[in-house]
Design a protein around this ligand. Structure first.
Ligand code: MEV
Length: 439
C-alpha cells in the first residue's frame, strides 16, 4: 500500500489488525510491532481502560513520572508529582521548593473558581425585543437544565448566572448567552457543555413558539464552554528578606541578586519574546502537575496564555515586588482543574498522584500546581540572571546524551564524574567516550 493512499475503515479494525496495518508502512514492521506491544501495561484490564481513553490506541507513550519533595504550601508539606520529559524541570522544582521551604514556603490563595460557557447565536430582530423576553428565556433555561444540574447543586455548585450579550458591534446580528458555573471539584467540561446545549434548545424552542419573534430569525451557531476562565484564578507567592545571610545566590550579594532578578522579570513584562519563554518556564511546572493528576494541560495553558495577554500585549504571568528589605515573587494564574471526574480517578497514576497529594480538592490542586509553576520560574530566572542556564541544564541533559551514544553504566559513571568540572556538549561527550573506549 502506498503511503499517500486514503485509509478507510481503520477505526473498525481490531487493535492487532491496526498494528499490523501501521507496521506494514515502516521499514522494520516486526520491530515496530514488537515495540508497540512492549509498551502495553502488564495488566490487560488496565491496558483496555487506557485504550479506551482515546481512539485507535496502539500502545502507550512513556513520559517520566517524578516527584519534587519539600513543597511547603500554606504551612503544609507536599511531595509534588510531576510528569515531564524535559531534563532539569524536576530538579529546578525540587531546588526552589527546598530553598523556599527553609524560608517560610509558598503562600497561596484561590481568588475565584468561576467557569464560563457560551451559546453563540444570530438574531435579526434587534436587541430590545430579545432582551425583553430574556428573563423568561433564562427561567426556562434553568428549569430545563434541572436534571443536569441537580447533582451538582447537591454538591453546592451549579449555574451561577446566565446573561445575554450583544455582540452586534463585532458581527451583525451576533449575540451570546454567556453563563457562569461553579463546578466544585470537577473541571466540569461535560457538565457545562451539556447545560449549554440545553440552553441552546430552550432558546430555539422559545423563538419558534413566541409570536413576537415570528417575523424574525434566530439561529444557534454553536454552544461550548470557554477555556478562558479569568475568574478561576489562583495567586501564589514567596517572600524573603533582603539581607546578607539569606543567600539567594553565591555569585552576588542578596541585594544585587534581587535587583538582577527583578530586572529579569520586568523584561518579561515588557517584551513578548522574553515573556513567552518566561511563561513557558512557568508551565514546565504547572503542566507537569496538571498531567500527573489527569487534568487537561491544553486547557490550562491556553487559558494562561490568554490571561497573559489580557491587557493588550502578551506579558509575564509572574511579578517581583521589592519593598524595603522584602523581596516578594508572585504568580497569578487562571487554572481550571478538577480532582473528581475525567481521568482523575481512572488513570492509575493520576489516582496515585492525588493520593500522594492527600486527595486535595480542586482549589488545593490549583495552589499546588501554581506553586510548581512559581518554583520552576524562580529557578529558571535565578539561573539566567546568575550563572546562566546551560551549565545546570547540560549537566542534567548529560544522561540523555550518553544514551544517544549507547554508553554503558560504567561509562556513564566515569562521564558524570568527568563532566562535574567540564562543559557538557554532544561533541565533548562523544570525544570523552571515544577516549575511554579507545583506552
Ligand atoms: C526551558 O524549558 C525553560 C526556560 O527557558 C524558562 C526561562 O527562560 O525562563 C529556562
Amino acid at each position: 500500500m502506498k503511503l499517500n493512499t486514503i485509509t478507510t475503515g481503520f477505526s473498525r479494525l481490531d487493535k492487532d489488525q491496526k498494528i499490523d496495518l501501521v507496521s506494514s508502512k515502516v521499514a522494520d514492521p516486526e520491530f515496530f510491532s514488537n515495540t508497540l506491544h512492549a509498551s502495553w501495561h502488564r495488566d490487560p484490564a488496565t491496558q483496555k481502560m487506557i485504550d479506551e481513553f482515546s481512539e485507535n490506541t496502539l500502545g502507550n507513550y512513556f513520559f517520566p513520572y517524578g516527584v519534587a519533595p519539600n513543597f511547603l504550601i500554606n504551612g503544609k508539606m507536599y511531595m509534588v508529582p510531576l510528569v515531564i520529559e524535559e531534563s532539569s524541570v524536576v530538579a529546578a522544582a525540587s531546588g526552589a521548593a527546598k530553598f523556599w521551604a527553609e524560608r517560610g514556603g509558598f503562600h497561596s490563595e484561590v481568588i475565584g473558581i468561576e467557569k464560563i460557557g457560551q451559546v453563540h447565536f444570530t438574531w435579526n430582530g434587534g436587541f430590545n425585543l430579545l432582551n425583553r423576553f430574556f428573563p423568561e428565556i433564562r427561567k426556562q433555561m434553568i428549569a430545563n437544565t434541572e436534571r443536569i444540574t441537580s447533582n451538582m447543586m447537591k454538591r453546592g455548585g451549579g449555574i451561577l448566572d446566565i446573561k445575554l450579550v450583544d455582540m452586534t458591534d463585532k458581527i451583525p446580528d451576533y449575540y451570546q448567552v454567556k453563563a457562569t458555573f461553579d463546578t466544585k471539584d470537577s473541571m466540569g467540561a461535560n457538565f457545562i457543555n451539556s447545560c449549554l446545549e440545553e440552553f441552546a434548545d430552550t432558546l430555539r424552542d422559545f423563538a419558534a413558539g413566541c409570536v413576537d419573534f415570528s417575523p424574525f430569525s434566530l439561529q444557534v451557531i454553536m454552544s461550548i464552554l470557554s477555556n478562558y476562565t479569568p475568574d478561576c484564578l489562583v495567586r501564589t507567592w514567596v517572600e524573603g528578606e533582603i539581607k546578607e545571610g539569606h543567600h539567594y545566590d553565591d555569585l552576588y550579594t542578596d541585594r544585587e541578586f534581587v535587583t538582577r532578578f527583578e530586572t529579569g522579570v520586568r523584561i518579561a513584562q515588557v517584551d513578548r519574546y522574553r515573556a513567552t519563554t518566561h511563561n513557558k518556564g512557568i508551565y514546565n511546572g504547572i503542566d507537569a502537575v496538571v498531567l500527573a493528576t489527569g487534568n487537561d494541560f491544553r486547557a490550562v495553558e491556553a487559558c494562561g496564555h490568554a490571561y497573559a495577554s489580557r491587557n493588550g500585549d502578551y506579558s509575564s504571568l509572574s511579578k517581583v515586588e521589592i519593598s524595603g528589605n522584602t523581596f516578594r515573587f508572585s504568580l497569578e494564574v487562571p487554572m481550571a482543574v478538577g480532582t473528581v471526574g475525567g481521568l482523575t480517578h481512572l488513570h492509575p497514576l493520576a489516582k496515585l498522584s492525588l493520593d500522594l497529594l492527600g486527595n486535595p480538592d480542586a482549589s488545593e490542586l490549583m495552589m499546588i500546581a501554581s506553586a510548581a509553576g512559581l518554583a520552576n520560574n524562580y529557578s529558571a530566572v535565578k539561573s539566567l540572571v546568575t550563572k546562566g542556564i546551560q551549565k545546570g541544564h547540560m549537566k542534567m541533559h548529560l544522561l540523555n546524551i550518553l544514551n544517544v551514544y549507547n554508553a554503558t553504566d560504567e561509562e556513564k559513571k566515569h562521564a558524570v564524574e568527568f563532566f562535574k568540572h567540564e562543559k557538557v556538549s554532544h561533541s565533548a561527550v562523544n570525544g570523552f567516550l571515544q577516549s575511554i573506549r579507545g583506552s
